[in-house]
Design a protein around this ligand. Structure first.
Ligand code: ZN
Length: 94
């Protein structure tokens, strides 16, 4: 996705328009991999293959979301890893 797209996106759950963006991989024009975080409801939305995946909780794939979090752990704030919604790593690790 293009960076300026963030300005028109809002959280699909709580409608908060102020979303945080974490970029994992980008080229000159597009963010290829990253994470959008809603500071209001603590939900996170992965950006995969330049596409921001902003789905309601019941349409999300828990295994894929957790895999995405754990494979990018070093780039994601601890708060999101441990308290992010709808799925966080704190419930699955030891
Ligand atoms: Zn939200």
């Amino acid at each position: 996705m293009k960076k300026n797209l963030l300005e028109i996106l809002a959280c699909p759950i709580c409608k908060n328009p102020k979303l945080e963006l974490f970029i994992f991989k980008e080229d000159e024009t597009e963010i290829e991999t990253g994470l959008i975080v809603c500071s209001e409801c603590n939900r996170y939305y992965p950006i995969k293959g330049t596409i921001p995946v902003m789905l309601p909780d019941d349409l999300r794939n828990k295994d894929e979301d957790l895999k995405f979090l754990s494979s990018n752990q070093d780039k994601i704030p601890t708060k999101v890893l441990s308290e992010g919604k709808p799925f966080s790593l704190s419930h699955t690790q030891k």
